[in-house]
Design a protein around this ligand. Structure first.
Ligand SMILES: [Zn+2]
Length: 202
């Protein structure tokens, strides 16, 4: 019999049935089941009484592709270096970058706060009754990122002053400055694993 060597990074669809999939199940009052990868973990959101295996079976190729991508990112995470800047330094560079970005757009962020967040790097809140005012929350984990990624995150958030949703128009704005934005998103994903491993007790 021919022996098969399975490389970690190579997709081998023949072996999918033997791969152990780690997932969480959440039951909700919904009509259609769905799968999500929330920060690297597979979550099946199901209507009550739905058999999770039906869904896992139907989307096994997609799940395997995602799992392989995540595995690869986690591996790459071991080679990334974390910044050792202090919170004070993070606040200073953030203020500088924001000043530059908002000067050009003519709009401003009037409140910036830093806190530990579980699922995202930052979030912009635009007030309904005064659309020109916005407050920005930045994940404290950003402290560990290299400068160029801090700049990217802030550029992303400030772009939301022009376009709220992650639609085509939004990514056009991003692409205008970051032609390589997919690479940047991937780097952020890799750092997310690296940093989450470091500060998971918080
Ligand atoms: Zn966004």
């Amino acid at each position: 019999m021919k022996e098969k060597i399975i490389d970690d990074d190579v997709l081998n669809y023949d072996n999918i049935d033997y791969i152990k999939i780690n997932y969480d199940v959440i039951y909700r009052k919904i009509r259609h089941p769905r799968l999500e990868f929330k920060t690297g973990k597979l979550i099946a959101v199901l209507p009550h009484g739905y058999d999770v295996n039906i869904l896992l079976n139907k989307y096994k190729n997609w799940i395997y592709k995602k799992e392989s991508f995540i595995k690869k990112c986690k591996k790459e995470a071991t080679f990334r270096k974390l910044s050792d800047r202090s919170f004070e330094e993070l606040k200073t560079i953030t203020a500088g970058i924001l000043r530059n970005l908002t000067e050009k757009s003519g709009r401003s962020v009037d409140k910036v706060s830093f806190r530990w967040m579980k699922t995202r790097w930052a979030g912009l809140h635009i007030r309904k009754n005064s659309p020109l005012k916005a407050s920005l929350s930045i994940n404290k984990k950003v402290k560990y990122l290299p400068d160029y990624l801090v700049e990217y995150i802030l550029f992303h958030e400030i772009a939301h002053l022009q376009e709220k949703k992650h639609n085509r128009k939004f990514w056009e704005i991003i692409k205008d400055k970051y032609n390589n934005y997919e690479e940047m998103e991937r780097e952020l994903f890799i750092y997310w694993f690296k940093i989450s491993g470091l500060v998971k007790t918080l």
